[in-house]
Design a protein around this ligand. Structure first.
Ligand code: ZN
Length: 115
């Protein structure tokens, strides 16, 4: 697992927490910093994901409270159709985030153990 994967894995739940906790300024800040960071290192996929984080936080500010009847992905916050979400104990994950997670796990499993 490379540094960008580690960073993304660390930032995603912080952002999701900020959004769910309605700390939108924090969510926007994380989105901006993540976008600039991943763009700087040329990681286009994570950069786009960070841009989504940013735009979702802005949408929440502009659109008011989310509709809690519709579950959202706990990782990216997108309001996917129910068919595209898998429910966990206290969270949902969308197909996009689950494939990102799978890529991270695969990359991690290919890395030699630290030491
Ligand atoms: Zn997601």
């Amino acid at each position: 697992m490379n540094d960008q994967d580690k960073l993304f894995e660390a930032l995603a739940p912080i952002w999701a927490n900020a959004l769910e906790g309605q700390r939108y300024n924090e969510a926007i800040l994380i989105g901006v910093l993540s976008f600039l960071t991943f763009r700087e290192v040329g990681h286009e996929k994570f950069g786009k994901e960070a841009l989504t984080w940013l735009s979702m936080a802005i949408e929440r500010i502009q659109g008011g409270e989310p509709d809690h009847d519709d579950p959202i992905c706990s990782f990216c916050g997108r309001n996917e159709s129910k068919d595209d979400l898998v429910a966990g104990n206290q969270a949902f994950i969308c197909s996009s985030c689950s494939s990102t997670a799978r890529e991270i796990f695969e990359a991690r499993s290919k890395q030699p153990p630290p030491g």
